[in-house]
Write a protein that binds this ligand. Structure first.
Ligand SMILES: NC(=O)c1ccc[n+]([C@@H]2O[C@H](COP(=O)([O-])OP(=O)(O)OC[C@H]3O[C@@H](n4cnc5c(N)ncnc54)[C@H](O)[C@@H]3O)[C@@H](O)[C@H]2O)c1
Length: 375
């Protein structure tokens, strides 16, 4: 199977200003910024620092304001983004008295998303939120409902599905590369510090890591999980309160299974080779083919190269992929359509995480569509 160049978007190719027109302004704006997408950055520090370098080279973007209670983050982010001190705010409500925008990028702790969405959506802003969209499915559903009411878009920054391996697998499986899929085995092994903010999170594996994996597994599978069974535990050497290692079986609506095994506490200190990249290790078996491999070595289809390790890991990091997702969102805002990682789509990713968590807590299979419907 040949890999088309189009499987690999150039993350540094910046959507050119003239190709996009953001006719969104019900507010007045100066001539200079007439054809720009106005962005309010809510949560400037932490993961938000990615935007300090991603936004300035994009000529169609105008950052109209910054919000963060951290004065240091405001100052550093403001300098990097060229936002003057009078447009830097420590509180969202105050910012909204002055600042207008077409899109709010929310890089805040998840418990703030709903509260902020209730302020941002009625003011006509689309939302690009960090993952997870919210802490609960009910909150996520409320945000999506609000967005519908106000005719705005909610998009979740699940950038990993734009990586080379997920994009390639999505396409070749849809083209029937392995025939009818029987199962997909996916393994992930990494080592994280347990002194970070996740140390006391009840479900660091399923909430923080699996949210990425379940998102790209859904995208690759081309169908949704019907039922999930899972087990998870805190590996003894971590000192973490919540689970760090786990396993899940996803029964997909098209009948095949995904066997998922993941660890955030792999003993890479003893043997670094145990570590996988974020795209893990793969074995996909169908009645007409088998795909296997990983990001380092590349993937094979029936023993023949499908993608090299070099191509599989090119521009596969967090930073370039956020740029790809952002450009996709800008294109959608300008030209119409629904972005791949819309809030509606993300409900299924959140529900899969929730199902895995509930399955190991209750030691039973969990119905995913029922969670999505709010059941
Ligand atoms: N997509 C990814 O790969 C990825 C990677 C890391 C983190 N994240 C997600 O990004 C989100 C933020 O994580 P983080 O590590 O940056 O967290 P963080 O705790 O560093 O918070 C980010 C910023 O939000 C600010 N903030 C706090 N309260 C605020 C408020 N009321 N108004 C405005 N700003 C406020 C903080 O001061 C900080 O600068 C999380 O949901 C996390 O899961 C995503």
């Amino acid at each position: 199977m040949r890999i088309l160049k189009t499987d690999f978007p150039d993350p540094y190719r910046i959507v050119s200003k003239c190709s996009l027109s953001f006719v969104v302004g019900r507010q007045t704006r100066s001539e200079e910024y007439m054809d720009k997408l106005r962005v309010l950055l809510v949560g400037v520090g932490g993961f938000g620092h990615n935007w300090w370098t991603l936004l300035p080279p994009r000529p169609h973007i105008h950052v109209t304001g910054l919000v963060d209670p951290s004065v240091e983050a405001l100052e550093a982010g403001g300098e990097a983004l060229g936002v003057p001190p009078r447009l830097r705010f420590t509180d969202l409500r105050t910012a909204l008295e002055t600042v207008e925008a077409d899109l709010a990028i929310q890089n805040t702790p998840p418990h703030l998303r709903l509260e902020h969405a209730r302020l941002l959506l009625p003011r006509g802003m689309h939302l690009l939120t960090a993952k997870p969209l919210t802490e609960t499915l009910a909150e996520a559903a409320e945000i999506i409902g609000l967005a519908r009411t106000h005719g705005r878009m909610v998009v979740v920054n699940q950038q990993l599905r734009y990586g080379p391996i997920p994009r390639l697998l999505r396409r070749v499986l849809a083209e029937g590369a392995v025939g009818t899929i029987d199962h997909i085995d996916f393994t992930f092994h990494q080592r994280r510090s347990w002194t970070d903010r996740l140390k006391d999170v009840p479900s660091p594996l399923f909430v923080e890591s699996s949210v990425h994996h379940f998102d790209f597994l859904r995208s690759i599978a081309g169908c949704e999980p019907d039922r999930v069974f899972a087990d998870a535990w805190a590996s003894a050497w971590t000192g973490a309160r919540g689970e760090t290692t786990g396993t899940a079986i996803l029964k997909m609506s098209r009948g095949f299974r995904i066997n998922y095994r993941a660890s955030r506490s792999a003993r890479a200190d003893l043997d670094p080779s145990v570590k996988t990249g974020w795209y893990g290790k793969w074995l996909i078996e169908g009645d007409a083919g088998i795909i296997q491999g990983d990001e380092r070595e590349g993937l094979t289809l029936n023993g023949k190269p499908l993608i090299s390790g070099e191509d599989a890991s090119r521009d596969a990091g967090v930073y370039p992929l956020i740029g790809v997702l952002f450009d996709d969102l800008c294109r959608t805002l300008a030209q119409g359509g629904v972005p791949q990682t819309s809030g509606e789509d993300n409900l299924w990713t959140m529900a899969t995480c929730q199902a895995a968590f509930e399955a190991y807590q209750r030691e039973s299979w969990i119905d995913v569509p029922a969670l999505v419907r709010g059941g």
